[in-house]
Ligand binder design. Structure first.
Ligand SMILES: *Cc1c(COP(=O)(O)O)cnc(C)c1O
Length: 380
C-alpha cells in the first residue's frame, strides 16, 4: 500500500482570482483621481470595451456590470417572449436571468459526451411559445452551433450563447462570439479574465448593440429621452482599470493553465472510470476549468467520496453544476424538469468534478493533487 500523501498546509480552492500587477493598477488609479470620473462611460470603460471587442474579435461589445445582467439585457435587446430552451447543467445565473425577465425556462437534455445542449432534445422542446435557444459553452466546450443555428432558422428562434467559460475559445479558428444573435461573457472574479465583477454582450448586430448600450443605463438616450425600460448595469472606472491591467496578465495565465492541464491529463490517464473532460482538437481551449468525470459504477471511488475525502488533504474541489438548475425548488415542478427528460445531464451532474486550476497553483501542487486523487482511488 502506498503511503498517504501529506495534506496541503493551506486550503487549496478550485480557483484563485487573477490580479493585475499592483503597479499597473495603481497607474490607472492615478488617472481616475486626475479625471475625477467614476462611472457612466468613463475613459477606462471605453478603453476596456474596445480592447475586449478586439481581443474577442467581435464587431460590437457592450461592457456591463456582470454576466447575469448581460444575459438579462440580451433577453431584452432581443425582445424575447414566452419560453426559452436551455440546459439545466449550468450556473443558476443562466436560468435565473431569463426567469427574472418573465420568461419561462424549458430544460432540454445535453449530449452525453459534450455536455452541451443536444440539438435533438432542443427540437423536441419547441412549442408555439418558444422564442429562443440559450446554449452554454460549458467548461469551454462549444455547443453544436451549426445544428442549433439550423433549428433556430427553421423555427424562427433567436440564439443566445452563454460564453462565461469560453473567453478566447475558437472553433476552427473562428472566435466563439461569431455564433448566435448575441454572446454573453462574465468577468467575475472566478473567471479566466476578471474585472472583480463585470460582463459583456457581444454581437454582430448593430441594433442589438444600440439597445444593450441603452438598456445598461436605464434606457436614457439624452437628458429628456428615456427610450427603453433599462436597468443599471454599468461597469465603473475602478473595475475597468482592474480589467485593463489584468488583460496584460492574461496570456501568461493561459499558458500556465495549459501546463497544469497537461500535468493533470498525464497523471490521471489510465485510471479506470476516471476521465478528463476533453475538447475536440479543432477547438482552442479557454482553460477556464479543469474537469474530470468519475463514473460511479466503474471507478473504485464515487465522485462524492472523492470530493469529500480530498477535503482532508486541504483540497477543495467543486461539483459544478450539481445540483442541476432543474432541481431547484422553484423550477422542479416544470414538466421539462423531470429527470426522465434529462438523463444525460442527471448522470453528468453526479460525475463531474472541477479540480483546482489557476496559474499560481504551480506544477508541483498539481502533481500533489494527482497523488491524492490516485491514492484515494487505490485505497478503495
Ligand atoms: C459565472 C457564470 C455566469 C454569471 O456571471 P456573473 O458575472 O457572476 O453574473 C453565467 N453563466 C455561467 C455559465 C457562469 O459560469
Amino acid at each position: 500500500m502506498q503511503k498517504p500523501p501529506a495534506p496541503f498546509p493551506e486550503p487549496i480552492f478550485v480557483t484563485r482570482p487573477l490580479f493585475p500587477e499592483f503597479s499597473d493598477f495603481q497607474l490607472a488609479l492615478n488617472g481616475i483621481w486626475e479625471r475625477h470620473w467614476l462611472t457612466n462611460k468613463g475613459k477606462l470603460h471605453d478603453e476596456l470595451e474596445a480592447a475586449l471587442a478586439a481581443r474577442l474579435r467581435t464587431p460590437h461589445l457592450s461592457l456591463v456590470s456582470n454576466g447575469t445582467a448581460a444575459l438579462m439585457l440580451a433577453a431584452r435587446a432581443l425582445e424575447l417572449q414566452g419560453e426559452v430552451i436551455t440546459t439545466p447543467l449550468t450556473s443558476p445565473a443562466t436560468v435565473n436571468a431569463f426567469a427574472w425577465c418573465g420568461l419561462k425556462p424549458v430544460f432540454a437534455d445535453v449530449d452525453a459526451d459534450t455536455l452541451t445542449l443536444d440539438p435533438a432534445a432542443v427540437k423536441n422542446a419547441i412549442t408555439p411559445d418558444t422564442s429562443a435557444i440559450v446554449g452554454v459553452h460549458l467548461y469551454g466546450m462549444p455547443c453544436d452551433v451549426a445544428a442549433l443555428q439550423a433549428i433556430a432558422q427553421r423555427n424562427d428562434l433567436r440564439v443566445i450563447y452563454d460564453c462565461a467559460h469560453a473567453f478566447g475559445t475558437e472553433i476552427g479558428g473562428k472566435p466563439i462570439a461569431d455564433f448566435g444573435d448575441a454572446s454573453i461573457f462574465s468577468f467575475h472574479a472566478t473567471k479566466l479574465f476578471n474585472t472583480a465583477e463585470g460582463g459583456a454582450i457581444a454581437t454582430a448586430d448593430s441594433e442589438i448593440k444600440r439597445k444593450a448600450d441603452l438598456l445598461r443605463t436605464l434606457g436614457i438616450q439624452d437628458e429628456v429621452t428615456v427610450a427603453l425600460p433599462g436597468i443599471n448595469a454599468r461597469m465603473n472606472e475602478l473595475e475597468a482599470a482592474f480589467g485593463l491591467a489584468n488583460l496584460k496578465k492574461l496570456d501568461a495565465e493561459w499558458e500556465a493553465r495549459a501546463k497544469l492541464a497537461t500535468i493533470y491529463r498525464e497523471r490521471l490517464a489510465e485510471i479506470d472510470g476516471l476521465d478528463c473532460f476533453e475538447l475536440p482538437a479543432s477547438v482552442r481551449h479557454s482553460h477556464h476549468y479543469f474537469v474530470i468525470r468519475i463514473d460511479n459504477e466503474r471507478c473504485k471511488i464515487t465522485r462524492d467520496d472523492m470530493y469529500e475525502r480530498l477535503k482532508s488533504y486541504n483540497i477543495f474541489t467543486r461539483r459544478y453544476f450539481y445540483p442541476l438548475c432543474s432541481e431547484f425548488s422553484f423550477y422542479r415542478s416544470l414538466p421539462s424538469s423531470n429527470p426522465a427528460n434529462l438523463p444525460n445531464a442527471t448522470k453528468a451532474a453526479a460525475e463531474v468534478l472541477c479540480l483546482p486550476f489557476y496559474g499560481a497553483l504551480g506544477g508541483e501542487a498539481a502533481g500533489r493533487i494527482c497523488d491524492a486523487i490516485i491514492y484515494l482511488v487505490n485505497r478503495n
